[in-house]
Design a protein around this ligand. Structure first.
Ligand SMILES: [Zn+2]
Length: 192
């Protein structure tokens, strides 16, 4: 992976403690990321959201047709791409390698760390909740909770025993999340 898991966790922690902002739209603003919401369809193949850098300004567009919880997860994921500087330089440099997958994993680790606190997961574990019960109680996809377990284990919290592994493209499995390449001419893609 391009960015070590621990660094992603440290970065997320720093952002959470610096801004103490649970509203992700406001958080994005503090991070100098422009966020737009636009209708992109409710079909399984509809784009969920995308991240693009135009003239050095970071833009995120979220599909406003999605459920609120879905929009929240997608926005957290796209902020991950933005703060981890997943810019097109990297894509062009490493075209022969599966950069897309590692970027998706990194953005998902960021989203899991941003949206879930250790305490709320550990409390439920100590209270005997199963993995799926924790996911249900915290209203997150089990796949995102798997990322949270993965991040916590990377930070030395052992024996969490996620029953499922992390999947790079789990956001796609329930719909489409895409990421546009930087292109100075592509300003038709978002509404400012
Ligand atoms: Zn992504």
């Amino acid at each position: 992976m391009h960015v070590p898991v621990k660094n992603i966790c440290d970065l997320t922690k720093m952002i959470k403690t610096t801004y103490e902002e649970k509203d992700l739209n406001r958080l994005a603003k503090y991070l100098n990321i422009v966020v737009a919401h636009r209708q992109m369809g409710k079909r399984l193949a509809s784009c969920k959201g995308f991240y693009i850098v135009i003239s050095r300004i970071k833009h995120i567009t979220i599909n406003s047709d999605l459920l609120e919880e879905e929009q929240e997860i997608i926005l957290a994921h796209e902020i991950g791409h933005a703060v981890l500087n997943h810019d097109t330089e990297i894509i062009r440099d490493f075209q022969l390698f599966p950069t897309k997958s590692y970027m998706e994993i990194e953005a998902n680790i960021f989203a899991a760390e941003l949206l879930l606190n250790d305490d709320e997961v550990l409390e439920r574990l100590y209270d005997g909740y199963s993995f799926s019960e924790i996911a249900k109680d915290l209203i997150v996809y089990p796949e995102l909770l798997a990322y949270k377990f993965y991040a916590m284990e990377s930070r030395g919290i052992n024996e969490l025993n996620s029953p499922i592994g992390i999947k790079p493209d789990f956001l796609k499995s329930f719909s489409q999340e895409c990421r546009m390449e930087e292109n100075d001419e592509s300003d038709i893609w978002w509404e400012s």
